[in-house]
Ligand binder design. Structure first.
Ligand SMILES: *[C@@H]1O[C@H](CO)[C@@H](O)[C@H](O)[C@H]1NC(C)=O
Ligand SMILES: *[C@@H]1O[C@H](CO)[C@@H](O)[C@H](O)[C@H]1NC(C)=O
Ligand SMILES: *[C@@H]1O[C@H](CO)[C@@H](O)[C@H](O)[C@H]1NC(C)=O
Ligand SMILES: *[C@@H]1O[C@H](CO)[C@@H](O)[C@H](O)[C@H]1NC(C)=O
Ligand SMILES: *[C@@H]1O[C@H](CO)[C@@H](O)[C@H](O)[C@H]1NC(C)=O
Ligand SMILES: *[C@@H]1O[C@H](CO)[C@@H](O)[C@H](O)[C@H]1NC(C)=O
Length: 486
């Protein structure tokens, strides 16, 4: 859709936007989520107005970014040294980190070595950068910003005996930290290796051109390999042919449950198994966890059974296709029984594709996750049951692609409502009205990120809502900061 829009004149663009908005409105109407038609109509009007400005923003951002993509002259700067990075975490955590690291390299005039991906995380995926991302496109499309090389030149490595400075930069840092603390290291050592990369750059207070570069990397320079993209698009087409679909990121996977200590709905044996797993992994530091307390604070992923009730309460119809965008569900097929009864058109990639097609990705959890990323980004509605990195990165992509609907579940409120419904304090009608009402402002509409001084972890995450890339400052003024309280 974007590339179509880019090549056309301003006037034609506007009419395309009109069509897209019409379609979006139809989609919004297609799945009636709110009880009152009156309230609904008003909200649609309101969003229509927001979407209208939203689309202009998206187009502008894409055009701006694309000019640099097509540039043929590399940026001419004197490199201050080489930056090597070893990313840690799963696919989406690493994706955000790569965007940050390119930005740091640009700020400090460094030569970046293509990032190394984590092979020792829980997922133990042996994939390299080029197995997941189109490395040629990554290097070429950023050449106007930063020089990226595939490996450290032998000459450089030898000149100081293969011993780079290895260190983790301080998390949530500003550009001042990198200029004042990190840059001087390069005058002494030619190579610095960052051995942790998650959340090393602050969400807020970063100069606009650097924020925009983070977006350029995220939305344009990082493309999945042809192999992943093609199979992902095949899944999308298969689903679209059968009608609209919800992508449900059902984060009820073993690692999530073990790490979070959430055992709601598990048998005693299962709870014990999860606990053993947690104790076995040194980097999951929090060991003694009271599941009920965490759940009531909204810190647990919803169970498949809880998710079923929430989807029904939100008005998702029984015949809607639900694509499960997740790895293996803990407790396997049995744990999906309730959800499948309520929504018979549940599908997973394993059901849509031949085993041979998926085989090449088996044992490569990041490549599997990449397929789910493609489908989740393209879905009519995206609903994550936990706000991990995948949920956040997909949310950001959906905002960028025209504020496609993402339902951001308020788990703390929801578990309270679920408990009241379970003990019959709330009837179904009361329960579902309360669920809908509490999510009216949580569908990924235009909003400012929430800024919390000195508590970067609690702020809205840059990559979930990179609002600087979705609007020009003058146009952002009208946005109501309170629309998304998270
Ligand atoms: C890059 O800039 C330097 C100094 O400004 C100049 O001497 C050099 O010719 C430039 N190189 C290219 C390829 O433009
Ligand atoms: C990076 O290079 C540009 C010129 O291309 C220069 O203006 C800027 O001061 C340099 N910054 C650093 C941190 O070296
Ligand atoms: C990163 O490097 C530092 C300093 O060399 C070391 O103490 C730390 O254990 C390393 N961390 C990782 C995750 O490798
Ligand atoms: C994946 O790994 C398992 C065990 O590590 C192995 O048995 C299986 O053959 C592998 N599958 C593929 C497709 O490589
Ligand atoms: C239902 O649960 C809520 C809190 O979980 C409690 O305050 C309330 O008294 C319970 N009602 C009944 C009828 O058990
Ligand atoms: C929203 O927040 C931004 C920055 O956090 C601020 O500049 C802007 O004035 C705020 N807008 C409103 C309507 O409060």
């Amino acid at each position: 859709m974007e590339s179509m829009v880019e090549v056309r004149s301003e006037r034609v663009q506007q009419s395309i936007q009109g069509v897209v908005i019409q379609r979006t409105r139809l989609k919004l109407l297609f799945i009636p989520v709110f009880t009152s038609i009156l309230v609904w109509a008003c909200l649609v009007q309101l969003w229509h107005m927001r979407l209208l400005s939203g689309f202009t923003r998206v187009t502008k951002a894409s055009v701006r970014v694309d000019e640099t993509v097509h540039s043929t002259t590399p940026r001419n700067y004197t490199s201050n040294g080489f930056l090597q990075v070893s990313c840690n975490g799963g696919l989406n955590q690493m994706r955000a980190a790569i965007c940050d690291m390119v930005t740091v390299a640009r700020l400090l005039n460094l030569t970046l070595v293509v990032p190394e991906l984590d092979k020792s995380s829980f997922w133990a995926d042996p994939s390299n950068f080029e197995d997941i991302f189109d490395v040629r496109h990554f290097i070429d499309s950023l050449r106007d910003e930063v020089n990226i090389i595939k490996r450290l030149p032998k000459k450089v490595a030898r000149s100081y005996g293969y011993h780079p400075v290895v260190m983790p930069p301080v998390s949530w840092s500003s550009e001042k930290y990198y200029l004042q603390q990190i840059l001087p290291l390069f005058s002494k050592h030619q190579v610095v290796n960052f051995n942790r990369t998650d959340t090393r750059l602050a969400n807020n207070g970063i100069p606009l051109e650097l924020q925009r570069l983070r977006c350029q990397v995220n939305f344009h320079a990082l493309k999945f390999t042809q192999k992943i993209e093609a199979l992902g698009q095949k899944l999308v087409h298969m689903l679209q042919q059968r009608g609209p679909f919800v992508a449900l990121h059902l984060r009820y996977e073993m690692d999530m449950l073990a790490f979070s200590g959430c055992t709601e709905g598990c048998t005693e044996e299962e709870a014990e198994e999860l606990k053993q797993l947690r104790y076995a992994f040194p980097w999951w530091k929090e060991k003694e966890i009271v599941s009920d307390e965490k759940r009531s604070q909204g810190l647990c992923p919803l169970t498949p059974e809880e998710t079923t009730l929430i989807l029904q309460a939100l008005g998702i119809e029984k015949n809607m296709q639900i694509y499960i965008a997740s790895g293996d569900i803990y407790g396997s097929e049995q744990r999906l029984a309730t959800l499948r009864t309520a929504f018979p058109k549940i599908v997973k990639k394993e059901m849509l594709l031949d085993p041979e097609e998926l085989q090449q990705f088996q044992n490569h959890s990041s490549q599997m996750a990449a397929l789910d990323f493609v489908v989740s980004t393209a879905s009519n509605i995206f609903i994550p049951t936990y706000d991990g990195n995948m949920a956040k990165l997909v949310e950001g992509h959906r905002r960028y692609h025209g504020y496609k609907k993402t339902i951001l579940l308020d788990r703390k409120t929801l578990v309270g409502l679920l408990d009241l419904h379970h003990n019959r304090t709330l009837s179904w009608a009361e329960f579902s009205a309360a669920v809908r009402q509490s999510h009216e402002g949580r569908i990924g509409q235009p909003a400012h990120r929430r800024v919390i001084e000195d508590k970067p972890k609690e702020e809205d995450y840059f990559y979930a809502n990179p609002h600087e890339c979705l609007c020009e400052s003058a146009r952002c003024e009208g946005l109501d900061n309170s629309t998304e309280v998270r």
